[in-house]
Ligand binder design. Structure first.
Ligand code: ZN
Length: 502
């Protein structure tokens, strides 16, 4: 058995190495690559993806996993070996369901669609990309059909990103959340809106980069095993456990952008840096799911990075970093500014109260597209109606509306948005539990010490890598499956206080 486990590890190590090369090419493409490299880079990355896929579907891997079944059954569920066999088998079985020719068709369609979407977005003209999106919907349905037991065509697509979740579990959760958010938003809108001019001014790029690095280091992000660069769409990427990179975006006249995107991406990076060395080179050296990954970034970005204890420590430092723009601003004013609620059309600029409404709108629309109850040609109109109904705003054009996010135009329709809301809910539930187990966390944070919180996350979330499915992980970490209540309580108490809602 020892030799077979060794053989499995070697096969998986090779896949992981190919994927690491792909990750590095992606990082380069998204940061420093000259534009002229685009065409060749797309081919390089497709070749690497194909090489990794060939290894995943290799019948030799299937046989090996079959032979290891007996060993797996004799080992504790959470042991490294049992988890490795279990998770590798799941990935192998998923990979062999999808014919390689279909993957090629989907990937090449997605990359064409993405190019056309960029043109359509800058021309603010949905009709340019409409036939491509129609094809994407068709391909997304075909992808679902390779997993024929589905109840809803979105189920297999959701399961790929957030294992265990389905339309029948998400729809009721999201409708309850929507009801609560609409009520909270109404209450907030009845109160005077805080002034946020202190976030707008002149903030030199250099100083922003220095300050955000100070923040992420204080969170525990290890710069010996990471780095921060600029990118138009900030992201985190793992090349290896010893090389977990983040990017940020700086706007010289708006401070919040770099602050919160750096904290967000560092939250993702802390997860990856916290995965134990012994999982390296295996499919366990990843987050449990897209939603759990997002819980880590959002926990730091919002529950920590917008909290009073955090800013009690960092606000004096912020004033030092930007002496001119921050002159005369006090902590209370700054704190209110970073909690300003303002319904708008753009998801990535949304505040915490409205953010999930943006996600739920997309989720509802993609369900309808996949069911066939909404035609692609009617999408812009349906989009606009939902924005007016839920947020009271109307997109001025397609760029501000249906064309704003790349998700549907660079992959499949279905499966890509739910993780953001799942992440918000999981973050609040984890944070509540961490504070219950260690009430010193906020007091330590006021002293600039993030260690106690990071330790809780390390031992309850990060150290498991991808050993557990999200529901198992939530149970183990917090004692219950994912719940709505901690998040609603958090929003109500935070925004109730800022807005003086009785
Ligand atoms: Zn994120």
């Amino acid at each position: 058995m020892g030799a077979q486990i060794e053989a499995l590890r070697m096969l998986l190590q090779e896949i992981s190495d190919i994927e690491a090369a792909g990750a590095l090419l992606y990082w380069d493409q998204s940061t420093y690559m000259p534009i002229g490299g685009a065409k060749a880079r797309a081919r390089h990355m497709a070749t690497l993806a194909r090489l990794a896929h060939q290894r995943w579907v290799d019948p030799g891997l299937g046989e090996l996993l079959e032979q290891l079944k007996a060993l797996e059954q004799n080992l504790p569920f959470e042991s490294l070996e049992a988890s490795l066999i279990r998770v590798a088998r799941r990935d192998h079985q998923r990979a062999i369901r999808i014919p390689p020719e279909f993957m090629e068709t989907l990937n090449s369609h997605a990359s064409q669609c993405y190019q056309v979407w960029r043109e359509a977005k800058s021309a603010k003209d949905f009709s340019l990309v409409r036939p491509y999106l129609e094809r994407t919907v068709e391909l997304s349905r075909r992808l679902a059909d390779f997993f024929p037991a589905w109840e809803h065509p979105a189920d297999p697509l959701i399961d790929m990103a957030d294992p265990g979740e389905r339309v029948c579990s998400l729809s009721p959760l999201f409708s309850r959340l929507k009801e609560e958010l609409v009520l909270l938003l109404r209450a907030v809108r009845e109160r005077p809106s805080p002034e946020d001019s202190c976030l707008k001014g002149s903030f030199p790029e250099e100083a922003q980069l220095r300050f955000t690095l100070e923040l992420v280091r204080a969170m525990g992000y290890d710069l010996e095993r990471g780095r921060q660069d600029l990118a138009p769409h900030p992201f985190m990427i793992r090349v290896a456990g010893g090389d977990v990179r983040i990017t940020t975006r700086v706007s010289q006249d708006h401070l919040a952008e770099s602050l919160f995107s750096s904290i967000h991406e560092a939250g993702h990076a802390l997860y990856e840096q916290g995965i134990p060395e012994e999982l390296e080179g295996t499919p366990l050296a990843q987050g449990a799911s897209a939603g759990i990954h997002e819980s880590q970034s959002r926990l730091w970005e919002n529950l920590v990075g917008r909290s009073l204890p955090f800013w009690k420590f960092f606000f004096p430092r912020l004033k030092e970093a930007f002496p001119e723009s921050m002159a005369g601003v006090d902590l209370e004013e700054f704190f209110k500014a970073i909690h300003k609620v303002e319904p708008g059309c753009i998801r990535t600029e949304a505040d915490e109260v409205t953010y999930n409404l943006h996600v739920i709108i997309r989720f509802e629309l993609e369900m309808q597209l996949l069911e066939g109850s909404l035609a692609v040609k009617d999408l812009p109109e349906a989009w606009s109606e939902k924005y007016q109904e839920n947020l009271g705003v109307k997109p001025a054009d397609h760029k501000e509306g249906v064309l704003q996010d790349m998700h549907w135009f660079a992959g499949t329709v279905g499966g890509a948005f739910q993780c953001y809301t799942l992440g918000n809910l999981a973050a609040a539930q984890m944070f509540q539990k961490a504070l219950k187990e260690n009430p010193q966390i906020p007091l330590e944070m006021e002293q600039g010490n993030m260690r106690p919180l990071l330790e809780w996350l390390r031992s309850n979330v990060h150290s498991h890598g991808r050993k557990f499915e999200p529901a198992q992980l939530m149970e183990r970490a917090t004692g219950t499956p994912l719940r709505l209540e901690p998040y609603i309580e958090y929003l109500k108490s935070t925004y109730g206080a800022v807005y003086g809602i009785p």
